[in-house]
Each structure stands twice: as C-alpha cells, then as structure tokens.
Design a protein around this ligand. Structure first.
Ligand SMILES: [Zn+2]
Length: 356
C-alpha cells in the first residue's frame, strides 16, 4: 500500500509498506496522517498512537522512524529542488544504509522503551533523558518509541513531560497506548494524536486467508472473535484456536446426554488450563448466542462454518434454556474473577448446563 500525497516541485514522500510491515492493514487514515507529516518535512516532536492491542501501532512507529531517516528521501549530492523528474519517492526504501541499520535493530538513534515488568519506571525515563542531552549520532531524526506508554507510572510520566516541554533537537518521540485515559492529560495535550481503529473483520479475514491458507469461513470466524486485534487473530491461528473451539462445542452439545460424572470430568479438564479459561467460556457463550441468533437472523451467526450444526442443535433447545445457560456462564466468570474455587465453580456450571 502506498500513501499518495500532493505532488509538488519537491519530491513527494510516499509511505511504502515493506514486507515486514505486511500486517499493517486497514489503517489508511493514520498512515495518511503520517505520510502528510513526512511530506511537510516536519516531524512532530511528540506523537501519540492510540488503539487497542494488535492494530499496528508499533509497526507504524517503526516504519515512520525508517521513513524519516531513509536516505532515498535525500539522495547524496542531488539538489532536491532540481529533482522535478522524481515527483514521488517511496520511503522507507528498506535498502539504504539507514533502513538496513534500523531493520537489523542496530541504529543508535532509534530508541525503544517498553515496560520493565508491569510498568515503565522513572529510571527508564531518566536514562532516556541522559541519552537525549547529546545530539543524535547519525540520524536526521532520532526517534524514540515508547511502547505501552500507558504503563508509565506517574513519576515516569512527569519526567517524560519535562522532556516534551523542552523537546530535544532533531528528535521525535512516539508513544503507543491502548488506554489513553491512563496517560497524564498534560502529556496527551503535548502530542499529535493519531488514532488506530480496530481492524475490520473482512480485511482481517482476507489477511488470514492469504497468510495462513485457511478457508474464508474459518478466517471470518477467527476475525470476528479477535475483536479487531490482528495480533490476537494471529495468536489464535498459531495456537490452533479452531480445533479447540470444535472440541469445546462438541463437549457442550454432548453435555445433556452425558452422565454427571462426565460433566465433572469436562469441568476438571477446563479447570486445568486456567489461562485459557476465559477464552473457553467466551467460545461457549458465542456458541449459545449463535443458537439464539440463528432463529431470527441466520446471517448474523459468528460460527458461520458450523451453520448445519447450529441449525440442528437450535431446533432442540428452548431459548429460555439457552439464556439461562448464558447467565450461568456469566455468574461463573464473575466468581472466577473474584477468586472463587475454580474447579468447584466449573463443576456447578457444567451440572447446571447438563440439566438445562
Ligand atoms: Zn531507505
């Protein structure tokens, strides 16, 4: 994808998606905004990239850092104003010295800061301040990328604010954050805010089909369950989410015809994987939702690849029963969040779902 910007006498810079940024999809507006900033030749001192996890904020930050420093934009020994034959230059080129250094993670002026443990601590920002006192070693634009800036504790946030109040020369600071409200308002007001939206289902499904070779129906299911986060969808593909979903749904379908002992065995299996439990309960809730939705609006089911199964099962289950089961799952989720006994909570849930 190339972002076109106005053609002038000066060569225009167009953001180019190198292969490593192929996951940067469905973000035309933020990329256009960044392309426009590049084209003006003025890199903002502070940018805030906001959006849920997994929508391309970090990739865009790195791409912007490369584009700002790409030597293709400033060819050696060439007068840019005379380059009327080069109206458009695609950056980052990926091949010049600067691009190669950034690609390999060896550029001294591209600085990455991320949480150390749950927080970005004041010592990390103090160290950054010491680095920013000296001029950039070689970059036209030194770029500092602070990932998950919403994990800064207040002391670190205040220390960074001082940097933004007196921005260092030839330096751009990019903050990425999922929860903007966790940032100091004074910090936000100093930044140019670029918003990354959740990735659209159709766009994400096309990406998954192309990159993972899954069929379109399965890709649509994963995309819908990923709630706009491409990194979540990719992680689902890599951890065989579809197989797990199939297993769970088959267990839930079989539950009413099984013995109490088997229902307890199912609960025990679920309790063994505490980290995956929230996902498992979400899958079951979505299945029950589909059984209800199918009666009224067949096109709006999420597990669309299981349409025949949904058709068959939805005939057999009354809507009040399905709603009661969804309520029971919600109650179990609340208890688990409140640290109730995991296995016991799941056993009660499965006995409830078996009887209903
Ligand atoms: Zn380059």
């Amino acid at each position: 994808m190339i972002i076109s910007v106005a053609v002038r006498c000066m060569p225009s810079l167009n953001l180019k998606l190198l292969p490593e940024f192929k996951s940067l999809i469905d973000q035309e507006t933020p990329l256009q905004q960044l392309g426009a900033a590049l084209d003006k030749g003025t890199v903002p001192h502070a940018l805030l990239f906001s959006g849920i996890k997994g929508v391309g904020k970090s990739s865009a930050a790195l791409m912007f850092a490369m584009a700002c420093n790409c030597n293709a934009a400033i060819p050696e020994g060439r007068d840019l104003k005379a380059s009327v034959d080069h109206h458009k230059i695609d950056v980052p080129c990926g091949e010049c010295r600067s691009c190669r250094k950034i690609r390999s993670g060896n550029h001294p002026d591209i600085i990455f800061i991320k949480p150390s443990g749950p927080f970005i601590k004041i010592n990390q920002i103090r160290e950054l301040c010491r680095t920013l006192i000296v001029k950039p070693f070689e970059a036209d634009q030194r770029i500092v990328i602070i990932s998950d800036a919403d994990a800064m504790n207040p002391e670190a946030g205040n220390a960074l604010l001082k940097v933004l109040e007196e921005p260092p020369d030839r330096t751009g600071i990019i903050l990425t954050a999922a929860n903007v409200f966790d940032l100091l308002p004074t910090l936000i007001s100093r930044c140019q805010h670029i918003r990354f939206k959740p990735i659209g289902v159709a766009c994400m499904a096309t990406f998954l089909t192309r990159e993972y070779g899954v069929d379109h129906q399965a890709a649509m299911v994963v995309s819908q369950m990923a709630n706009g986060s491409l990194s979540k969808a990719v992680s689902m593909m890599q951890t065989h989410w579809m197989e797990k979903r199939d297993w769970l749904i088959n267990e839930v379908i079989a539950l009413p015809s099984r013995s109490i002992r088997m229902a307890l065995v199912f609960a025990e299996k679920l309790s063994r994987k505490k980290d995956a439990l929230s996902d498992a309960l979400e899958i079951i809730t979505t299945w029950l939702r589909d059984l209800i939705v199918y009666r009224y609006s067949k096109g709006n089911i999420i597990n669309r690849d299981l349409k025949d199964k949904i058709h068959e099962v939805s005939q057999k289950m009354a809507i009040p029963t399905l709603l009661a089961n969804m309520d029971a799952i919600q109650t179990a989720q609340k208890k688990i969040e409140a640290n109730a006994n995991l296995r016991l909570t799941l056993e009660i849930l499965m006995i409830h779902m078996k009887r209903n």
